[in-house]
Each structure stands twice: as C-alpha cells, then as structure tokens.
Design a protein around this ligand. Structure first.
Ligand SMILES: Cc1cc2nc3c(=O)[nH]c(=O)nc-3n(C[C@H](O)[C@H](O)[C@H](O)COP(=O)(O)O)c2cc1C
Length: 184
C-alpha cells in the first residue's frame, strides 16, 4: 500500500481558544482517505534572529525538519492589522532561511483563515505575496475565508456551521489533489 500523503498543518495563533487552531483540527478530521494531516504548534519557536539561521535553536530545527518531510502544508492564518500574525510570519521567516536552503522551496501549500467581517482576506493576500517570493505553489481555489467566527464556533471550539465544514473539506480534498501534482 502506498504511504499516505503527509500534510503538515500549522496555525498562526497561540491563543488557547483560537478559532484558527480549531479550524485546523476540523481540517484534520476531514482529510480524505489516503492522506494524513499532522498538526504542529508554533508555541516553541523563538523570535527569528539571523545570527542563528545556520545553527538554529532545536525547536526551529525540528519545525523545519517536519516541513522538509511533509508532502505539503496547510497554513491557517488569523488576520492581525490587515495582515497575517507575527507568529506565523516568524515561523515562515525561520523556515525560509538560510538562503538557498529554504525548506519551503517548491513546497505545495493551501491557505485558509478564520476571522471577523472579512474572514482574513487581507491576511491571506499578504501571505500569498510572501509565498510568491518563496517559490511555493499555493492552491488558488477554493478559498476559505471564514467570516464572523463567533457565529460559526461554539464556546468549546466546536464548529457549528455546516457550510464552513463543507468549505474546509473541499479545501483539504483539493490540497490532496494539488499535492499529487507535485509528488516527486
Ligand atoms: C493584534 C490584533 C490585530 C487584529 N487585527 C484584525 C484585523 O486587521 N482584521 C480583522 O478582521 N480582525 C483583526 N483582529 C481580530 C482577530 O482576527 C480575531 O481576534 C481572531 O479571532 C484571532 O484569531 P484566533 O481566534 O485564531 O486567535 C485582530 C486581533 C488582534 C489581537
């Protein structure tokens, strides 16, 4: 039996009751047969310091190794001040270094986000610009912009909105197909 497509997922919020972390867990439940989604948290990553990009702290090394081993990424972003969170950008900056050794180079990915009135549209646009520079093939459609998060999740982080569930499912299914296109 072929080994499953291995997707690595991470969310750009450290908040315990983060909607974005909750959405990532839902995505994990909805991954189709023949694929698996491993979730990694960004809690342990220190702030990027270029002095250490060739001799990274162990948490960074382990994060980069997981990316390296993954067939593709599912990146979940909150929107902070019309952009992504510093937490997520910090993680991407570590993974992109040093020059010529980026573990993100050519890595297929998909993006989603949970937020307020605009559902992280602006954060996702900013991230797409970053991924362009990093030479990452990022799935274009479907887009998942979950608006008014507080109406879609209950207080325990359970997703109560069927339409959002369908959107997340469609995204992970499309990501699996997308990943196959780039399989080596
Ligand atoms: C520093 C900060 C900036 C924010 N800026 C925006 C913003 O520009 N647009 C928006 O829709 N929501 C903004 N929000 C609200 C967050 O999107 C919202 O708190 C969201 O639930 C955070 O994601 P999480 O639940 O995964 O932690 C901001 C929140 C914080 C803490």
């Amino acid at each position: 039996m072929p080994s499953p497509i291995h997707i690595l997922g991470f969310a750009g919020s450290l908040r315990k009751n983060s909607y974005n972390r909750a959405a990532l867990k839902i995505a994990q439940e909805l991954v189709p047969e023949g694929a698996e989604l491993e979730i990694v948290t960004l809690d342990e990553l220190p702030l990027f310091n270029q002095d250490y990009e060739n001799d990274e702290p162990s948490a960074v090394r382990s994060f980069k190794e997981k990316i390296h081993q993954a067939d593709s990424l599912l990146i979940v972003t909150p929107e902070y001040n019309y952009s992504t969170s510093g937490v997520l950008k910090n993680a991407i900056d570590w993974a992109s270094r040093p020059t010529g050794k980026s573990v993100l180079e050519g890595k297929p990915a998909a993006l989603m986000g949970v937020g307020g009135r605009f559902g992280t549209v602006r954060a996702q646009q900013h991230l797409r610009q970053t991924f362009l520079y990093l030479n990452m093939p990022v799935l274009l459609k479907p887009e998942v912009h979950v608006m008014a998060a507080w109406e879609k999740f209950d207080n325990n982080g359970n997703l109560t909105d069927d339409k959002t569930r369908e959107q997340i499912q469609a995204l992970v299914e499309a990501l699996v197909q997308w990943t196959k296109r780039f399989a080596k």
